[in-house]
Design a protein around this ligand. Structure first.
Ligand code: ADP
Length: 167
């Protein structure tokens, strides 16, 4: 039965993150992920204990709207272990981006743990050079100091205070 399901759904990539906020770097990864998988599930991690900048519902709504016309992209939230989510959505692999050796060190440990736990592989895509400096944390830092960040965000994304939306 599983084979039939796979034939129906094709290969599924799980792209988990905080997306606080979603940037053009993330968008690039989703688009490139679609060349490797039939579907990309963008999963917004919701952690009650973690202080986020933008409300989870808004982060989610923005990404949903961004890919509303693309049936190959699914957007959802999650509060579980990434490996449990991968099992739930029947992901073939986890998709993550690498911008620097710092990302590599961090990502390697998580990928090794996830593979050891469940056998799931993580596929890493190197950041496109023109986006390698873009991070959600840099966006938040600039916003904190009242700077303009639109160059880092998908075109229709707008920020007002600590709220985010898509026009
Ligand atoms: P987390 O909080 O789980 O690190 P992020 O939302 O910061 O999640 O990022 C999700 C994924 O997207 C990570 O794998 C990160 O390395 C990747 N990523 C973030 N920005 C970029 C970028 N500019 N280019 C490529 N990958 C990126």
């Amino acid at each position: 039965m599983k084979t039939t399901d796979k034939n129906l759904h094709g290969r599924i990539a799980l792209f988990p993150g905080s997306f606080d906020p979603f940037t053009i770097g993330h968008d690039s990864l989703v688009k490139r992920g679609l060349t490797l998988a039939d579907r990309v599930v963008v999963a917004v991690g919701i952690n009650e204990k973690k202080q986020n900048y933008f409300p989870a519902e808004e982060r989610l709504a923005v990404i949903r709207k961004l890919y509303a016309d693309n049936p190959r992209v699914e957007v959802r939230s999650y509060q579980t272990l990434t490996t449990d989510l991968a099992h739930e959505v029947e992901a073939d692999f986890i998709l993550r981006g690498i911008r620097s050796v710092i990302d590599f060190e961090y990502e390697k440990t998580i990928a090794d743990v996830n593979r050891t736990l469940t056998g799931i592989e993580t596929v890493f895509l190197l950041a496109e050079p023109q986006y390698a400096h873009i991070s959600s944390s840099a966006v938040r830092e600039l916003l904190f100091f009242g700077k303009e960040v639109s160059a880092f965000l998908p075109e229709r994304m707008k920020i007002e205070g600590t709220h985010i939306f898509l026009t």
